[in-house]
Design a protein around this ligand. Structure first.
Ligand code: C5P
Length: 313
């Protein structure tokens, strides 16, 4: 039986607006999610014994059942017990390139790769919709990671509308190695500080969604207008993360002073990214800001915006 190697891209948030509370305890969101070429590699190999093994070359990633890749495999085993009985267990090897706990959906994209890989290995022939439904049981960003590209994400983040391809743009990213921001903390703090602005009535929610759909960011993306996209970058979670972590604000300001289309924190942070028109500009900005801040705790990456989600390596 063959093994599969999959490429699992990171994502950035070009837009993240918190709209209100949901009955399931999550937040109602309007986001624009964007895949980038910075990616992990996931190898899935059948093994004789009837179990799921996860291993990763990064010590920062747990190899127990808190790992989202493990949880994706466990969900598939639970949903398709006959396949597991027929094909045996799996060994999942994660080659980690995406920084961990960074706001770049590193764990979510690994989980998405496991769903796609096991669908292939077990010859299940699941549809995109079936894969996305399973993905939503693992985490809010996992459904997007399957198909990737550029998409408007509403609901918890799992209701996806594809937008146009932006792979003419580039990104420079930076993160303090020793800093992690907990996603539940970011949302909980936002609720405490800004909960009084939440839309609460179902009708208001509907009209707010419509407004977001026709919003400036979506039309800038449809026009593939890099300058406008850069100006309209938005992330509500910056309102809680930046006051708490002034070093992240400093990084954002350093990017903003460069030749970039725009800069923003991704997801619940702490990674900050800046969009550029060329790979050369992205590399130059990384070099200049690295020298300017001269902080050995800062890591930089450059990447291209990508139109793909999980693909075979
Ligand atoms: O869905 P996921 O497990 O990735 O979400 C992590 C945490 O982020 C949730 O436990 C919740 O605290 C917060 N969250 C939220 N609303 C969303 C997505 C995430 O409150 N739509």
């Amino acid at each position: 039986m063959r093994s599969y190697s999959l490429i699992a891209p990171a994502k950035i948030n070009l837009y993240l607006e918190i709209i209100g509370d949901r009955p399931d305890g999550y937040h109602e969101l309007a986001m624009v999610l964007q895949s980038i070429s910075l990616a992990d590699q996931i190898d899935i190999r059948p093994i004789e014994i009837d179990t799921i093994f996860v291993q990763c070359d990064s010590a920062a990633v747990p190899n127990d059942n808190t790992n989202l890749a493990y949880r994706a495999a466990a969900l598939m085993a639970q949903q398709f017990p006959e396949a597991m009985a027929q094909y045996g267990g799996v060994e999942i090897t994660i080659k980690k390139r995406i920084p961990v706990a960074a706001g770049l959906a590193g764990g979510s994209t690994d989980a998405a790769a496991v769903l796609v890989g096991l669908d292939l290995l077990w010859q299940l022939g699941l549809t995109q919709g079936e894969l996305e439904d399973l993905a939503a049981q693992i985490g809010s960003d996992v459904p997007f990671c399957i198909k990737g590209g550029t998409a408007l994400a509403t609901g918890r983040g799992e209701v996806l509308s594809p937008l146009v391809n932006l792979d003419n743009l580039y990104v420079v990213l930076a993160k303090y190695r020793s800093l992690a921001i907990s996603t539940p903390w970011a949302y909980k703090t936002y609720r405490t500080q800004f909960g009084d602005t939440y839309v609460r009535e179902a009708e208001d929610l509907q009209s707010r969604r419509q407004r977001v759909h026709s919003g400036g960011m979506v039309s800038a993306i449809m026009q593939r207008d890099g300058a406008k996209i850069g100006q309209l970058l938005h992330n509500d979670l910056e309102k809680v993360a930046l006051p708490e972590h002034p070093e992240v604000l400093k990084l954002r300001e350093a990017f903003a002073s460069q030749n970039v289309l725009g800069t923003m924190m991704s997801g619940s942070g702490p990674t900050v990214f800046a969009l550029t028109e060329s790979e050369r500009q992205a590399l130059e900005v990384a070099e200049t800001v690295r020298k300017q801040l001269a902080n050995p705790d800062l890591d930089f990456w450059t990447a291209k915006l990508s139109s793909t989600g999980i693909t075979l390596a």
